[in-house]
Each structure stands twice: as C-alpha cells, then as structure tokens.
Design a protein around this ligand. Structure first.
Ligand code: NI
Length: 262
C-alpha cells in the first residue's frame, strides 16, 4: 500500500499508525543469515548477484590499529570508516591519550572497540612484574577517564608477554592472524596487496593508525573486501559471532586460535 493512501485510510478508519510504517520490501534477513531456506518462487525472481549474496555464508573480519591515537591520521581513519560503515578496534598507547580524549570518545560513539597497548609501549616479556602491572593499569585509568568504564583488552607491544606475566592480566589478550608489516613497508599498494593475499573470514588484521600510508591502505582494504562480501566488525564482535567466550590472560590470534605465550 502506498504510504499516502495508507495514511489517509488510517485517518478515516483509525488504522493503527504502525501498519503504515510497514516496509514494502520483503525482509530477507533470515535467508541471508542462513536461518531459512529460500522458497523456489523467490529464487526464480532474483538476479545472480543478489542470489549469491543470499546463499553465501556471511564473512567477518576485524581490522585492528596499534600505536595511536594520533590526531591527524586517526581522525582521517575514523572519517573513512564512518563513511564506509566499518567497525574497527584500536589498541591505544596510554601516554598518547592526554590531548586526544575526543578521539577516544569518538571511537566509542561510532561503534569501535578501544583496547590497551600499555602506557609507554614497553616490552612486557622482559619488564619486571611491577612494571607490567603499572603499564597496564596506567593506560587503563586514562582510557576509563576518556571513554568511561569498560573492559580494555590488551595487545602486548610486539605481541609478546610470557606465561608468568600473562597471569597478571585480567582481560583477554589479542595477537593477530594477518600482519602486512605496514610500519616497515610504508606503501599503500604493498600493504593492500599483502592483506588481500592472506585474508580469510575470521581473521584479525594488524595495522597502525600512526602512519598515513596505513590509513590509506586500511580504507582501500575496506572498499575491496566489502565488495567481496566481508563485514568489518570489532574483535569483541568477532568472538561473539563465532560463539567463543574469550578468557582473561589468554593470547588469541583469532577467536578460534590461541597463541603460545612464550
Ligand atoms: Ni605497538
């Protein structure tokens, strides 16, 4: 029913207003998520591309950014992610939070996950036990002040912490499963190629929002993979989607793969 006609009838016959708001398009979300079989009579009417979208399993991937925030590059990245409807996870260095609290708040407000990358990017595996606790807590306090209460998952700098020190950590820890070495390449095209070459559904991709070339690469990766049917979610969402309950003090390369601590 056309909305204007419906609204008119609603006035005359006192139809509930909600009846007019009903979408005209059929809701195919159950089919898209594989919850229902597609009836033959609908299948016949769909073009091939739509059909492929409905039949294919949904593909999820998590972009993660370390070593920020940095005002210019992180702002440009957030703008680009917002434009594309892509979520990401930011493992933030605590000492870079003062002065950038607005960026941290923006990350949260725009559906990204904020994580902890220690206060001063120390090598946790060789730091003494007190330093490990201090580095994690100091960053956590700054993040809580900027973003509000929450669980700030840890990405140990250089991806290493050691079994003994991991026992001090009261959140899950996140490694990665795709590392294009963006900090070394500093070249958009090479970083994009390295990620597209390696990526599989469920991957956690390591990038650094500290570098302008990495921001360019990340946005192109989103464009290319979205065209290929991927959805960009936070690390936390990736665990939830895969039905994995992450454990404190465990280092994950992906929700379905842990990494040895030593
Ligand atoms: Ni780092």
């Amino acid at each position: 029913m056309k909305k204007a006609v419906c609204t008119f009838l609603a006035g005359v016959f006192l139809l509930p207003a909600a009846a007019c708001a009903r979408p005209v398009e059929p809701d195919l979300s159950d089919y898209a998520s594989g919850m229902a079989e597609i009836p033959v009579e609908i299948l016949g009417e769909l073009d091939e591309e739509t059909l492929a979208d409905l039949v294919e399993e949904p593909k999820y991937v998590a972009l993660t950014f370390d070593d920020g925030p940095r005002e210019d590059t992180t702002t440009r990245l957030l703008d680009g992610l917002l434009e594309r409807g892509a979520a990401a996870t930011f493992f933030v260095i605590g000492q870079q939070v003062p002065g950038n609290e607005g960026l941290i708040r923006r990350m949260k407000a725009e559906g990204h996950q904020v994580g902890n990358h220690t206060y001063s990017h120390v090598r946790l595996i060789t730091a003494d036990m007190d330093t490990v606790v201090e580095e994690v807590h100091k960053a956590e306090a700054l993040l809580t002040e900027a973003a509000g209460e929450g669980s700030f998952w840890l990405r140990p700098p250089y991806g290493r912490i050691g079994a003994e020190r991991a026992e001090l950590i009261h959140t899950p820890m996140i490694y990665w499963s795709v590392d294009p070495q963006d900090w070394k390449l500093l070249n958009k095209d090479k970083v994009v190629a390295a990620v597209l070459d390696a990526v599989r559904p469920g991957d956690i991709i390591l990038l650094h929002d500290f570098y302008s070339t990495s921001v360019d690469a990340a946005l192109e990766i989103v464009d290319r993979l979205q065209k290929d049917g991927y959805d960009f979610v936070t690390v936390e969402e990736l665990f939830r989607i895969q039905g994995v309950e992450p454990q404190a003090g465990v280092l994950y390369a992906r929700p379905d793969r842990t990494r040895s601590l030593d």
